[in-house]
Design a protein around this ligand. Structure first.
Ligand code: FES
Ligand code: FES
Length: 229
């Protein structure tokens, strides 16, 4: 039996959830503090258990969700972000760790098909959701057209930003395979690249879109070989 105060909190939390994506770190810490305070059930219904370890007690949250098309269960410290859960507890290191402030975009994954900054998304909030990371982009050993055009056009140099660009572009082209250069720029505006520059990336997205539309186009000669001097 929960106390009336806990019931009131759960009611308010369900009625006015703190958005997980693109929210501030304040929101994450607020939720974490609430988890610690009530210890048992978080607003989205995830159970957090205390586990006794030799000499200490440790809290673990257990969630079930779909990860890259597969039903997945994972236990982790309840304060962890989705970025940390995916990389540290599930071993999928394709999602990159950057600023942790919601500014660089390298940690982007898709949650229910929408781009989400996983450094600002509490792992607990993945309960019951459908999460796609870069490891889930190729299907049946076949690269996604975006992966092919990024590779063919040299739209990645160090590659650190690339998984996030690919996932954001995938969501864009699924929504609008005829996206204009301006729409591509707008969709990718939250992702930073320190080495390639953005033109190759935009061209790679346009080329992938053309392939997805069934058109057999090639990028301009200069895009691949540069200008003759
Ligand atoms: S690491 Fe998430 S936005 Fe930079
Ligand atoms: S390819 Fe190096 S940061 Fe984008």
């Amino acid at each position: 039996m929960r106390s009336p105060l806990v019931e009131l909190f759960l009611l308010l939390a369900r009625r006015f959830p703190i958005p997980g994506a693109y929210s501030s770190n304040v929101g994450i810490w607020l939720k974490f503090e609430v988890v610690l305070l009530f210890r048992t059930i978080t607003p989205n219904g995830v159970t957090v258990r205390s586990e006794s370890m030799p000499g200490r007690r440790k809290q673990r949250a257990h969630i079930k969700f779909t990860l890259n098309g597969e039903q997945t269960e994972v236990a982790f410290a309840p304060h962890k972000t989705l970025l940390e859960v995916v990389r540290e507890d599930l071993g999928l290191t394709g999602t990159k760790h950057g600023c942790e402030l919601g500014e660089c975009g390298v940690c982007t994954v898709l949650v229910d098909g929408q781009p989400v900054l996983s450094c600002l998304f509490l792992g607990l909030d993945a309960e019951g959701r459908d999460v796609t990371t870069i490891e889930g982009m190729a299907e049946g050993g076949q690269l996604h057209p975006l992966q092919e055009t990024f590779a063919d056009l040299g739209a990645a140099q160090c590659g650190y930003c690339t998984p996030a660009f690919l996932l954001v572009a995938k969501e864009l082209l699924e929504k609008n395979v005829n996206a204009s250069r301006e729409e591509i720029k707008e969709a990718l505006a939250g992702n930073l690249c320190r080495c390639t520059g953005y033109i190759k990336i935009y061209e790679a997205v346009e080329w992938a879109a053309a392939r997805m539309r069934g058109e057999h186009t090639e990028p301009a000669h200069e895009s691949i070989y540069g200008f003759d001097v």
